[in-house]
Write a protein that binds this ligand. Structure first.
Ligand code: OAD
Length: 251
Protein backbone atom coordinates (compact mmCIF):
# COMPACT_ATOMS: atom_id res chain seq x y z
CA UNK A 1 0.00 0.00 0.00
CA UNK A 2 2.80 2.38 1.02
CA UNK A 3 4.63 1.46 -2.19
CA UNK A 4 1.59 2.18 -4.32
CA UNK A 5 1.12 5.58 -2.63
CA UNK A 6 4.77 6.43 -3.18
CA UNK A 7 4.55 5.36 -6.83
CA UNK A 8 1.51 7.57 -7.52
CA UNK A 9 3.14 10.58 -5.84
CA UNK A 10 6.35 10.02 -7.76
CA UNK A 11 4.42 9.76 -11.03
CA UNK A 12 2.48 12.96 -10.26
CA UNK A 13 5.69 14.83 -9.37
CA UNK A 14 7.48 13.55 -12.50
CA UNK A 15 4.53 14.62 -14.64
CA UNK A 16 4.52 18.10 -13.11
CA UNK A 17 8.30 18.45 -13.43
CA UNK A 18 8.46 17.30 -17.04
CA UNK A 19 5.33 18.94 -18.40
CA UNK A 20 5.31 22.07 -16.17
CA UNK A 21 2.61 24.41 -17.53
CA UNK A 22 0.19 23.21 -14.83
CA UNK A 23 -3.01 24.86 -13.64
CA UNK A 24 -4.83 24.15 -10.37
CA UNK A 25 -8.60 24.02 -9.94
CA UNK A 26 -9.45 24.32 -6.26
CA UNK A 27 -12.59 23.95 -4.17
CA UNK A 28 -13.66 24.22 -0.55
CA UNK A 29 -11.60 21.15 0.45
CA UNK A 30 -8.31 23.04 0.09
CA UNK A 31 -9.40 25.47 2.82
CA UNK A 32 -10.72 22.86 5.27
CA UNK A 33 -7.30 22.68 6.96
CA UNK A 34 -7.51 26.47 7.37
CA UNK A 35 -10.60 25.99 9.52
CA UNK A 36 -13.27 26.65 6.88
CA UNK A 37 -15.71 23.73 6.65
CA UNK A 38 -16.58 22.53 3.14
CA UNK A 39 -20.14 23.06 1.87
CA UNK A 40 -21.21 19.43 1.54
CA UNK A 41 -20.89 16.66 4.13
CA UNK A 42 -21.84 16.45 7.79
CA UNK A 43 -19.87 19.52 8.94
CA UNK A 44 -20.85 21.47 5.83
CA UNK A 45 -22.55 24.84 5.58
CA UNK A 46 -25.31 23.31 3.46
CA UNK A 47 -26.23 20.90 6.30
CA UNK A 48 -27.21 23.89 8.40
CA UNK A 49 -28.51 26.20 5.68
CA UNK A 50 -30.47 24.85 2.71
CA UNK A 51 -28.69 26.51 -0.22
CA UNK A 52 -31.95 26.80 -2.17
CA UNK A 53 -33.36 28.83 0.73
CA UNK A 54 -30.23 30.84 1.64
CA UNK A 55 -27.82 30.94 -1.26
CA UNK A 56 -29.78 31.83 -4.39
CA UNK A 57 -29.99 35.28 -5.96
CA UNK A 58 -33.80 34.98 -5.72
CA UNK A 59 -33.56 34.43 -1.95
CA UNK A 60 -31.25 37.45 -1.61
CA UNK A 61 -33.54 39.72 -3.62
CA UNK A 62 -36.66 38.71 -1.73
CA UNK A 63 -35.22 38.58 1.81
CA UNK A 64 -31.62 39.89 2.07
CA UNK A 65 -31.74 40.06 5.87
CA UNK A 66 -32.43 36.33 6.09
CA UNK A 67 -29.58 35.55 3.67
CA UNK A 68 -27.26 37.74 5.74
CA UNK A 69 -27.86 35.42 8.73
CA UNK A 70 -25.96 32.78 6.73
CA UNK A 71 -23.49 35.23 5.16
CA UNK A 72 -22.45 36.79 8.46
CA UNK A 73 -21.60 33.33 9.83
CA UNK A 74 -19.60 32.60 6.67
CA UNK A 75 -17.72 35.92 6.80
CA UNK A 76 -16.96 35.38 10.48
CA UNK A 77 -15.36 31.98 9.75
CA UNK A 78 -13.47 33.34 6.72
CA UNK A 79 -12.09 36.32 8.59
CA UNK A 80 -10.34 34.01 11.11
CA UNK A 81 -8.80 31.71 8.47
CA UNK A 82 -5.17 31.80 7.36
CA UNK A 83 -3.54 29.95 4.44
CA UNK A 84 -2.42 26.35 5.06
CA UNK A 85 0.48 24.37 3.48
CA UNK A 86 -1.66 23.54 0.41
CA UNK A 87 -2.18 27.23 -0.40
CA UNK A 88 1.46 28.11 0.23
CA UNK A 89 2.65 25.01 -1.67
CA UNK A 90 0.75 26.10 -4.78
CA UNK A 91 2.22 29.60 -4.46
CA UNK A 92 5.69 28.02 -4.27
CA UNK A 93 5.00 25.90 -7.38
CA UNK A 94 4.09 29.10 -9.22
CA UNK A 95 7.41 30.69 -8.15
CA UNK A 96 9.23 27.53 -9.33
CA UNK A 97 7.65 27.94 -12.78
CA UNK A 98 5.72 24.66 -12.52
CA UNK A 99 2.23 26.10 -11.94
CA UNK A 100 0.82 28.79 -14.17
CA UNK A 101 -2.40 29.78 -12.43
CA UNK A 102 -5.07 28.83 -9.92
CA UNK A 103 -8.75 28.70 -10.81
CA UNK A 104 -10.62 28.72 -7.52
CA UNK A 105 -14.25 28.25 -6.63
CA UNK A 106 -13.45 29.61 -3.17
CA UNK A 107 -14.31 33.14 -2.08
CA UNK A 108 -11.89 33.26 0.87
CA UNK A 109 -8.89 34.98 -0.75
CA UNK A 110 -6.46 32.47 0.83
CA UNK A 111 -4.56 31.73 -2.40
CA UNK A 112 -3.67 35.42 -2.74
CA UNK A 113 -2.85 35.61 0.99
CA UNK A 114 -0.43 32.70 0.49
CA UNK A 115 1.33 34.54 -2.35
CA UNK A 116 -0.24 33.11 -5.52
CA UNK A 117 -0.08 35.81 -8.20
CA UNK A 118 -2.42 34.52 -10.86
CA UNK A 119 -5.73 33.58 -9.26
CA UNK A 120 -8.98 33.35 -11.19
CA UNK A 121 -11.91 33.72 -8.80
CA UNK A 122 -14.59 31.68 -10.55
CA UNK A 123 -17.25 32.40 -7.90
CA UNK A 124 -16.13 35.95 -7.01
CA UNK A 125 -14.97 36.80 -3.49
CA UNK A 126 -16.35 37.66 -0.10
CA UNK A 127 -14.15 40.68 0.53
CA UNK A 128 -16.04 43.16 -1.58
CA UNK A 129 -19.66 44.22 -1.16
CA UNK A 130 -21.76 45.54 -4.01
CA UNK A 131 -24.98 47.55 -4.14
CA UNK A 132 -27.46 46.09 -6.60
CA UNK A 133 -29.26 49.47 -6.82
CA UNK A 134 -26.46 51.96 -7.53
CA UNK A 135 -23.51 49.55 -8.13
CA UNK A 136 -21.30 51.15 -5.47
CA UNK A 137 -18.66 48.79 -4.09
CA UNK A 138 -17.20 48.68 -0.57
CA UNK A 139 -14.54 46.61 1.24
CA UNK A 140 -16.47 44.02 3.32
CA UNK A 141 -14.51 44.29 6.55
CA UNK A 142 -15.18 48.00 7.11
CA UNK A 143 -18.84 47.90 6.14
CA UNK A 144 -19.60 44.80 8.20
CA UNK A 145 -18.09 46.51 11.24
CA UNK A 146 -20.83 49.16 10.86
CA UNK A 147 -23.47 46.46 11.31
CA UNK A 148 -25.27 43.48 9.81
CA UNK A 149 -26.78 43.59 7.27
CA UNK A 150 -24.35 46.11 5.77
CA UNK A 151 -26.00 48.92 3.80
CA UNK A 152 -24.99 51.16 0.92
CA UNK A 153 -25.05 54.94 1.36
CA UNK A 154 -28.28 54.78 -0.67
CA UNK A 155 -29.83 52.54 2.03
CA UNK A 156 -29.91 49.29 0.02
CA UNK A 157 -28.64 46.11 1.72
CA UNK A 158 -25.30 45.17 0.12
CA UNK A 159 -24.46 41.80 -1.44
CA UNK A 160 -21.01 40.20 -1.25
CA UNK A 161 -19.47 40.15 -4.70
CA UNK A 162 -19.66 36.36 -4.82
CA UNK A 163 -21.75 34.17 -7.08
CA UNK A 164 -25.02 32.98 -5.56
CA UNK A 165 -26.92 30.10 -7.18
CA UNK A 166 -28.80 31.46 -10.19
CA UNK A 167 -26.19 34.14 -10.93
CA UNK A 168 -23.84 33.93 -13.90
CA UNK A 169 -20.11 33.33 -13.51
CA UNK A 170 -18.28 36.68 -13.94
CA UNK A 171 -17.62 36.88 -17.66
CA UNK A 172 -13.86 37.53 -17.45
CA UNK A 173 -13.35 34.69 -14.93
CA UNK A 174 -15.25 32.26 -17.15
CA UNK A 175 -13.26 33.26 -20.22
CA UNK A 176 -9.88 33.16 -18.47
CA UNK A 177 -10.63 29.85 -16.75
CA UNK A 178 -11.63 28.20 -20.03
CA UNK A 179 -8.51 29.48 -21.74
CA UNK A 180 -6.26 28.28 -18.88
CA UNK A 181 -8.01 24.90 -18.76
CA UNK A 182 -7.62 24.35 -22.49
CA UNK A 183 -3.97 25.29 -22.67
CA UNK A 184 -2.48 23.57 -19.61
CA UNK A 185 -0.56 20.30 -19.70
CA UNK A 186 -1.48 19.21 -16.18
CA UNK A 187 -4.61 20.08 -14.22
CA UNK A 188 -4.36 19.68 -10.44
CA UNK A 189 -7.93 19.30 -9.15
CA UNK A 190 -7.86 19.90 -5.40
CA UNK A 191 -10.65 19.62 -2.84
CA UNK A 192 -13.74 19.90 -4.98
CA UNK A 193 -16.75 17.59 -5.04
CA UNK A 194 -17.18 18.52 -8.73
CA UNK A 195 -20.91 18.74 -8.24
CA UNK A 196 -21.48 22.36 -9.17
CA UNK A 197 -21.72 23.49 -12.77
CA UNK A 198 -20.05 25.05 -14.72
CA UNK A 199 -16.85 24.64 -12.63
CA UNK A 200 -17.23 20.84 -12.67
CA UNK A 201 -16.81 20.84 -16.47
CA UNK A 202 -13.33 22.42 -16.37
CA UNK A 203 -11.43 19.10 -15.93
CA UNK A 204 -13.12 17.68 -19.02
CA UNK A 205 -12.04 20.73 -21.04
CA UNK A 206 -8.42 20.13 -20.02
CA UNK A 207 -8.63 16.40 -20.59
CA UNK A 208 -10.07 17.00 -24.08
CA UNK A 209 -6.93 18.98 -24.94
CA UNK A 210 -4.59 16.26 -23.70
CA UNK A 211 -3.81 17.43 -20.16
CA UNK A 212 -3.02 14.94 -17.39
CA UNK A 213 -5.61 15.23 -14.60
CA UNK A 214 -4.20 14.86 -11.07
CA UNK A 215 -6.91 14.83 -8.41
CA UNK A 216 -6.17 15.49 -4.71
CA UNK A 217 -9.09 14.51 -2.50
CA UNK A 218 -9.44 12.07 0.42
CA UNK A 219 -12.71 10.93 -1.21
CA UNK A 220 -13.75 9.85 -4.69
CA UNK A 221 -15.73 12.32 -6.79
CA UNK A 222 -17.63 12.00 -10.08
CA UNK A 223 -14.31 12.86 -11.77
CA UNK A 224 -12.26 10.09 -10.16
CA UNK A 225 -13.32 7.23 -12.39
CA UNK A 226 -14.10 9.28 -15.48
CA UNK A 227 -11.43 11.92 -16.14
CA UNK A 228 -8.83 11.61 -13.38
CA UNK A 229 -5.50 10.05 -14.37
CA UNK A 230 -3.84 10.08 -10.95
CA UNK A 231 -5.83 10.20 -7.72
CA UNK A 232 -3.83 11.28 -4.66
CA UNK A 233 -6.20 10.17 -1.95
CA UNK A 234 -4.99 12.56 0.74
CA UNK A 235 -5.71 15.82 2.47
CA UNK A 236 -4.61 18.79 0.39
CA UNK A 237 -1.98 20.00 2.87
CA UNK A 238 -0.20 16.63 3.03
CA UNK A 239 -0.44 15.96 -0.71
CA UNK A 240 0.81 19.36 -1.87
CA UNK A 241 3.66 19.30 0.67
CA UNK A 242 4.76 15.85 -0.54
CA UNK A 243 4.50 16.85 -4.21
CA UNK A 244 6.53 19.95 -3.54
CA UNK A 245 9.33 18.09 -1.78
CA UNK A 246 9.48 15.56 -4.67
CA UNK A 247 9.58 18.46 -7.14
CA UNK A 248 12.47 20.04 -5.22
CA UNK A 249 14.36 16.73 -5.33
CA UNK A 250 13.82 16.32 -9.07
CA UNK A 251 14.69 19.86 -10.14
P1 OAD B 1 -17.75 20.84 -1.60
O1 OAD B 1 -18.07 21.11 -0.17
O2 OAD B 1 -18.88 20.44 -2.47
O3 OAD B 1 -16.64 19.70 -1.73
C1 OAD B 1 -15.47 19.73 -0.96
C2 OAD B 1 -14.58 18.57 -1.39
O4 OAD B 1 -13.37 18.68 -0.68
C3 OAD B 1 -15.15 17.17 -1.13
O5 OAD B 1 -15.00 16.38 -2.29
C4 OAD B 1 -14.27 16.65 0.01
O6 OAD B 1 -14.05 15.23 -0.08
C5 OAD B 1 -12.98 17.38 -0.23
N1 OAD B 1 -12.16 17.60 0.98
C6 OAD B 1 -12.54 17.69 2.28
N2 OAD B 1 -11.49 17.92 3.07
C7 OAD B 1 -10.40 17.97 2.28
C8 OAD B 1 -9.00 18.19 2.51
N3 OAD B 1 -8.50 18.41 3.73
N4 OAD B 1 -8.18 18.18 1.42
C9 OAD B 1 -8.65 17.98 0.17
N5 OAD B 1 -9.95 17.77 -0.10
C10 OAD B 1 -10.82 17.76 0.94
O7 OAD B 1 -17.00 22.15 -2.14
P2 OAD B 1 -16.82 22.65 -3.65
O8 OAD B 1 -16.61 21.53 -4.57
O9 OAD B 1 -15.80 23.73 -3.61
O10 OAD B 1 -20.63 27.58 -4.75
O11 OAD B 1 -18.22 23.30 -3.91
C11 OAD B 1 -18.43 23.96 -5.12
C12 OAD B 1 -19.36 25.11 -4.93
O12 OAD B 1 -20.54 24.67 -4.25
C13 OAD B 1 -18.84 26.19 -4.02
O13 OAD B 1 -17.98 27.10 -4.67
C14 OAD B 1 -20.09 26.90 -3.61
C15 OAD B 1 -20.90 25.66 -3.25
O14 OAD B 1 -22.25 25.78 -3.24
C16 OAD B 1 -21.39 28.65 -4.63
O15 OAD B 1 -21.64 29.11 -3.54
C17 OAD B 1 -21.86 29.20 -5.93
Amino acid sequence: MADRREKIFREAADTLASRRNAVALTGAGISVESGIPAFRGTQGMWEKYDPMEYATIGAFLSDPEKVWAMLSEMVDVLSRAVPNPAHSGLAEMERMGVLRSVITQNVDGLHQAAGSQRVIEFHGNAWELICLSCWNRYPSREKIREGIPPRCECGTILKPNLVLFGEPIPWSAQEEAESEAQSCSVLLVIGTSAEVSPACHIPRLSKGKGAVIVEINPEETPLTRSVTDLHLREKAGDAVTLLLSSLREIS
